[in-house]
Design a protein around this ligand. Structure first.
Ligand code: BGC
Length: 366
């Protein structure tokens, strides 16, 4: 693990911003040599409460930062871009000490973030990269390419385990095009699946294989369900679908609803292998009951912990811990990143792993 000097810290500490938004001289305690940090308000911008993970992310982050002595200004934007822009602008106006931002659209916050930079407020991109801006200091996330590799691998594992003979008919879904992660997940998955498409093991009957043909705006389950229905009508009236690459549990459930409505999973018609991500409770139950094949577990408590430690490092002017300084080019700069490791779960390990981690209780999993 490499350490690097906090580039932003010097800027952040050259001036500290008071609650009324006025620049003030740094206190002796906030020296770049790493003294005690002045504990102000940390602004946290989260995308939405419709997905379980962001609720958990927000809760853990708030709790961890409050335990460290900060005040927390946690905002959710209901997946509406203008709402999130207003929230971030407001954090800057109020002189929040540092911003942690999980963007809805990676580019749309550009203007608000440049205001933050002008006010010397450091910004940490949380889980999703902030693009087209030099106002972002650091990034904390999971290894997003690896998530995709795990999704692609588990799709192939599931198809193999299903006992159905190849070639297998498969369809591909990606996340929201304006979320930088979506392309990483898709590219990771395709690094595993493309060779199998090329050698004829997998058939994409719809021929929709390009990223921009398979995205799902706002990661919305309803959007995914509609696309699955259309695909079934157009391409599968005389064929069976064997598997679906799905990038997120909400999308997986939308896809599974469409599959069930068209007779899959009943009367001898096998439920296709469907992947996922986030280990959402509803999907974990569907994995246990055999409706969804897999998910990817990203322990949001670990991400919150890592981010809170980074907040402390940035504000105290200590060296900031990162382990990747090449992967996340945001179009303007390569953002120094702390990457955590995702874990692939299917029926064989889902219950034990999540119980051992204390992520869910035995009661919740039934
Ligand atoms: C996150 C995923 C999540 C998706 C939809 C992505 O940016 O990395 O964990 O499934 O957004 O909320």
């Amino acid at each position: 693990m490499r350490k690097m000097v906090a580039v932003a810290a010097a800027a952040a500490l050259a001036l500290s911003v008071t609650a009324c938004g006025q620049a003030a001289a740094p206190s002796a305690s906030g020296s770049a040599s790493g003294g005690a940090v002045e504990k102000g308000t940390i602004g946290i911008a989260m995308p939405t409460k419709t997905s379980e993970r962001w609720i958990k992310d927000g809760e853990y982050l708030k709790k961890t930062l409050e335990e460290a002595g900060y005040t927390v200004n946690l905002q959710y934007a209901n997946d509406e871009i203008p709402t999130q822009v207003t929230q971030v602008n407001d954090m800057v106006t109020k002189g929040n000490q540092l911003l942690v931002v999980a963007a809805i659209d990676g580019v749309a916050l550009k203007g608000a973030l440049s205001e933050a930079k002008d006010a010397k407020i450091p910004v940490i991109a949380y889980d999703r990269l902030l693009r087209e801006t030099d106002a972002v200091s650091y990034y904390t996330t999971f290894d997003n390419f690896k998530v995709g590799v795990q999704q692609g691998t588990s799709l192939l594992d599931g198809l193999t385990a299903s006992g159905a003979k190849s070639p297998w008919n498969v369809e591909l879904f990606a996340g929201s095009a304006d979320d930088n992660n979506a392309k990483f997940f898709f590219d990771g998955a395709m690094s595993v699946l493309q060779p199998k498409i090329d050698d004829g093991t997998l058939k994409i009957v719809s021929s929709e294989t390009e990223f921009n043909k398979v995205t799902t705006l706002r990661w919305d389950a309803g959007v995914a369900k509609k696309r699955m229905e259309t695909l079934l009508t157009k391409s599968y009236s005389d064929k069976d679908l064997a598997g679906v690459l799905a990038p997120y549990d909400g999308i997986s459930r939308g896809i599974i609803a469409a599959l069930k409505a068209s007779g899959y999973g009943q009367g001898g018609k096998a439920m296709p292998i469907v992947t996922g991500q986030d280990a959402e409770l509803e999907s974990v139950k569907m994995i246990l009951s055999g409706e969804q094949y897999s998910t990817i577990f990203k322990d949001t408590r670990e991400l919150a912990k890592t981010t809170a430690a980074m907040v402390e490092e940035v504000l105290s002017g200590k060296t900031v811990t990162v382990n990747d300084e090449k992967t996340y080019d945001n179009g303007v700069m390569v953002v120094p990143t702390m990457l955590l490791q995702p874990v692939s779960l299917d029926k064989s390990n889902v219950k034990q792993t999540l119980l051992d981690a204390g992520y869910y209780t035995a009661d919740q999993l039934g």
